[in-house]
Design a protein around this ligand. Structure first.
Ligand SMILES: Cc1cc2nc3c(=O)[nH]c(=O)nc-3n(C[C@H](O)[C@H](O)[C@H](O)COP(=O)(O)OP(=O)(O)OC[C@H]3O[C@@H](n4cnc5c(N)ncnc54)[C@H](O)[C@@H]3O)c2cc1C
Length: 435
């Protein structure tokens, strides 16, 4: 190539060799100058990109420190036992769903909570000899200074048993509780929450009333001024069951980092696509594959048992690691992390275990297919008081006289030494329970 170039320059210089050499030198100089200019241009650009990245990193670190300070603030501490709260406002959200705005009756400060946590209510229902204990997730931003909000769906009788009464606590809330009433409430608790000091992108997935902890998470991100990427998928039958519709739409419209995708499984005649909902059908992993740029997100989900089972199974098949999937069950957990499923050897060991209910004077062989000690006791006709059935409220605690248990999920609050939360554990060895 160089020979061709020299030959061309030689020809151009009319056979004058020194003139051709001069031209060659000039061409080389020009090429060098161009290369240098390109190189310094690239260097300046790279430095600019690096400076931008450093600025972004610094900003994220400042945000993180700010959020950590807020989280560690004095208001974080809860309270012991029950505290009285007045219902300051009750709002009908949609069919069979009400939101309750609660203010502390003592007028003192409200501790912040972590988005995703819940309140435990001890309700004195007429005609009951014992208080009823139920948990409800906090549905608003943790940094609200003067109220807590819970959003409660009245639980109907199961479709195959319409003869049964509807849910006791949820009906009481929706039908009886009114503004000005006083309720007994335990401090915010729960292990299912969003870490606001992180900035990684997340996917929030809600089915029906499972929207409550997710809305709190999304509100918390926005209130903290974070630009964290949030994909929010909500499944509802139609507009009539679309909980906190206006609030969610406003949140997404005002914050471009919140990408809202509402799926209606049975849109009504007045429901308008791209106004009320974005997709017809159920929330599914197929939809995530279509919309998300990758599976590299942390996924938070809450909804009915079947909904969560379908989504967690789908996420697993899509290659999402267990550690990136976080969920809350509003009742006995139907989604079990792999570690909680016993192996064949464990099942054989479990089948030999004897459980003694000492007060009831009954010893029975453990049934490995029984979900937990609470259900097992009930099947044996032994009554143990229970509340949330999810390891949160502590109502089902029973003293262990001898033996050990294994937990199916981490308790939200550790029971006293020598006791167990029967709704979320099973025996590890022969067991004697004070029940
Ligand atoms: C951590 C956590 C957070 C939660 N957050 C929320 C929330 O934000 N919003 C919300 O709405 N819920 C939430 N829940 C669920 C809530 O705590 C209650 O479980 C729910 O409201 C039902 O309680 P209930 O007393 O109304 O129903 P229950 O009285 O416990 O009845 C439950 C079901 O059993 C049926 N039933 C009645 N009698 C019988 C019988 N004899 N035999 C068989 N079945 C019968 C009822 O018809 C009903 O369908 C949460 C739960 C947990 C654990």
């Amino acid at each position: 190539m160089i020979a061709t170039l020299i030959a061309s320059l030689h020809a151009l210089a009319g056979g004058d060799l020194s003139f051709a050499a001069g031209l060659l030198l000039l061409a080389a100089l020009a090429a060098w100058l161009i290369l240098e200019a390109i190189r310094s241009g690239l260097r300046v650009n790279a430095e600019r990109v690096q400076a931008r990245l450093a600025r972004e990193k610094l900003r994220a670190q400042v945000d993180e420190v700010r959020l950590r300070c807020r989280e560690a603030g004095p208001a974080q501490a809860g309270w012991n036992g029950l505290r009285k709260f007045a219902v300051a406002k009750k709002v009908i959200e949609c069919d069979d769903v009400c939101a309750f705005y609660l203010k502390p009756h003592d007028g003192r400060a409200l501790p912040a909570f972590k988005p995703g946590q819940y309140l435990t209510f001890q309700l004195d229902l007429p005609g009951r000899d014992k208080p009823l204990v139920r948990c409800y997730s906090l549905s608003d931003c943790p940094h609200q200074k003067d109220y807590y909000r819970v959003t409660i769906k009245k639980e109907k009788a199961p479709p195959d048993r319409p003869d049964l009464p509807p849910g006791a606590a949820s009906s009481y809330f929706c039908d009886v509780v009114k503004e000005g009433d006083i309720l007994n409430v335990k401090a915010p608790a729960g292990q299912f929450f969003l870490d606001l000091t992180k900035t990684n992108p997340i996917v929030l997935i809600a089915g029906g009333v499972g929207i409550t902890p997710m809305l709190s998470m999304a509100n918390a991100i926005v209130a903290g001024g974070s630009k964290r990427e949030v994909w929010f998928f909500l499944g509802a039958r139609n507009w009539r069951e679309h909980i906190h519709k206006a609030e969610l739409e406003k949140l997404a419209a005002k914050n471009e980092n919140i990408r809202l995708h509402v799926c209606y499984s049975k849109p009504g005649p007045d429901d308008v696509k791209d106004r009320d909902y974005q997709h017809e059908g159920r929330v599914s992993v197929e939809l995530f594959k279509e919309l998300l740029p990758s599976n590299n997100f942390d996924f938070y989900l809450c909804g009915p048992g079947a909904f969560m089972k379908g989504i967690t199974d789908g996420l697993e098949s899509w290659g999402v690691p267990d550690s990136a999937v976080h969920f809350e069950a509003f009742g006995p957990a139907t989604v079990k992390k792999k570690a909680a499923v016993p192996t064949l050897d464990e099942t054989a060991h479990l089948a030999k275990i004897l459980v003694t209910f000492s007060r009831s004077n009954k010893t029975v062989r453990w049934e490995p297919s029984a979900g937990n000690l609470l259900e097992f006791a009930a099947a044996e006709g032994i009554k143990i008081d229970s509340g949330c059935c999810a390891g949160g409220c502590g109502t089902c605690v029973v003293a262990i006289k001898s033996g050990e248990v294994n937990y199916l999920k981490r308790p939200d609050a550790e029971p006293d030494a020598g006791s167990c939360l029967t709704c979320i554990c099973r025996p590890k060895s022969d067991l004697v329970l004070d029940a």
